[in-house]
Design a protein around this ligand. Structure first.
Ligand code: HEM
Length: 453
């Protein structure tokens, strides 16, 4: 498959064709096929129709682009020809408001610049202490023979790390409520619920509304409590409270709420999933788990890692990278062309939704040997695969603001666990389904075993 050759200055060639794709039904297109088994549907589209497909799912025009060089164009080199997909915003706006994941233009740029300092390497190094302490606290609680729910444990742990690091406080007494509120609000983004209008009084919409109200209550309380001493503190929440624009105006409570809810949602669930999948996959590949344990033994000698240790733990890093390839928590990124764009000779019309599916690209045999195998070793050799054959954190101006945070957290937590315990899956099979993030369909459990040295 060749990369598109249309000139940057020619917005769309007049003879650009409609991409191939599966025929759909009137109005709903291929929605019924997508809802039945979304991941198989997109895999089949790529296999049968190629790198640019008219997927035609649901009421809007939808396309899928799955060649790394096209993905690079859309996310990076020609990112100004695309905006966040309307679909994504329409779906996410009731929860995230105008927070960083949703906002566009000048507001997005200003907020991104305001928040960026909280994600600089020196700050991440300070958060690493919190990550280490919280990981030790969790692993201290476990006892041999106990069965734990990995997805729950990691969601709680990631939330606690995020709140302490970015907001300089703890919400331990509200953790259950926050996790429950996110669980219920995100139901709305699954399967057929995704396509139903928010005003319909469906059970998922009612649960969404209750969850959103609960989150609002907790976050506005947090903002209120911080207001008085924000000026003397240096965490991200205080920075948002004290930031002024060019006219000396402060952000409204509503705007701060939108950023806090966005960070809570975007930051805890994704990292928790990365950890859940990494631990599960290692449990199903004893040779990888042993190699990881050997690395930790030789470098850490039974201690939990500090930030300074991470550079000496290449296999730990490979185990995390490979989990993010195998089960990318963000299974697809979406964009919308702001003008007609030609990719590989095919027209992507202005206003359509264009999906860039990590799930498909990360398993494409053109870039990955034996893609269905969890194989951390592949990350230890240099490879000449294209850069955007792997993009768990997106790319370009809107790449994940928390990617460094997430990678440090995942490595510290994984190393803390694996240097002390061996987690044995109760069931080696794991199936996943796409919602806002890629979720396990069933609880993911493991038995805690003492690690024999
Ligand atoms: C393994 C963990 C994570 C994964 C896989 C992940 C993935 C992603 C991806 C793919 C995007 C780009 C979406 C797009 O281009 O449309 C993104 C954006 C974002 N992520 Fe993450 N993320 C992770 C962790 C985090 C953490 C820890 C935080 C915050 C502490 C965070 C906050 C955000 C925010 C605010 C955005 C929007 C950035 C913008 O549009 O300017 N993420 N993430």
């Amino acid at each position: 498959m060749t990369a598109s050759t249309d000139a940057r200055t020619a917005p769309s060639s007049t003879d650009a064709r409609e991409p191939p794709g599966p025929n759909g039904l009137p109005v709903i297109g291929n929605l019924h096929r997508y809802v039945r088994d979304p991941l198989s549907f997109i895999e089949r589209c790529a296999r049968e129709y190629g790198d640019v497909v008219y997927t035609n799912v649901g009421p809007m025009e939808s396309y899928m682009v799955s060649h790394p060089s096209h993905i690079e164009r859309i996310l990076v080199s020609e990112s100004d020809r695309f905006r966040n997909a309307e679909l994504g915003q329409g779906r996410l706006e009731p929860l995230f408001g105008n927070g960083l994941v949703v906002s566009e233009g000048e507001h997005w740029r200003r907020q991104r610049i305001r928040m960026q300092p909280a994600f600089r390497p020196d700050r991440i190094a300070a958060y690493a202490e919190i990550m280490r302490a919280e990981a030790i606290r969790v692993t201290d609680r476990w006892s041999p023979g106990e069965t734990i729910r990995l997805d729950d444990e990691f969601r709680r742990l990631s939330l606690r790390i995020l709140v302490r690091s970015l907001f300089g406080t703890d919400l331990d007494d509200r953790e259950d409520e926050i996790l429950e509120a996110f669980r219920t609000t995100t139901d709305r983004f699954e399967g057929a619920n995704t396509w139903l209008p928010g005003w319909l009084p469906t059970p998922a919409n009612r649960r969404f509304e209750r969850g959103r109200q609960r989150l609002d209550e907790i976050v506005y309380e947090l903002i209120d409590r911080r207001r008085d001493d924000a000026a003397s503190r240096d965490d991200l929440l205080s920075a948002l409270l004290t930031a002024e624009d060019d006219c000396g105006e402060r952000m409204s409570d509503r705007a701060i709420r939108d950023e806090v809810v966005t960070l809570l949602a975007a930051g805890h669930d994704t990292t928790a999933l990365a950890l859940t999948y990494a631990v599960h996959l290692l449990g199903t590949r004893p040779s990888a788990a042993e190699r990881l344990a050997a690395e930790l033994e030789s470098v850490l000698d039974g201690e939990a890692p500090t930030m300074a240790d991470l550079d000496r733990l290449p296999y730990t890093e490979a185990a995390v990278s490979e989990a993010l390839r195998y089960y990318p928590p963000t299974h697809a990124t979406a964009r919308e062309p702001v003008e007609d764009v030609t990719v590989d000779g095919y027209r992507l019309p202005k206003g359509a939704t264009v999906f860039l599916p990590q799930w498909v690209v990360h398993r494409d045999e053109r870039w990955w040997d034996d893609p269905e195998t969890y194989h951390p070793e592949r990350w230890l050799d240099d490879s000449d695969r294209p850069e955007y054959a792997y993009f768990p954190f997106g790319g370009g101006p809107r790449h994940c603001i928390g990617h460094r945070f997430a990678l440090v957290e995942a490595r510290i937590v994984l190393a803390t666990i694996a240097s002390r315990w061996r987690l044995e899956p109760t069931d080696e099979t794991l199936s996943v389904r796409p919602a806002i993030t890629l979720r396990p369909t069933e609880p993911v459990e493991a038995v805690v075993r003492e690690r024999t040295r």
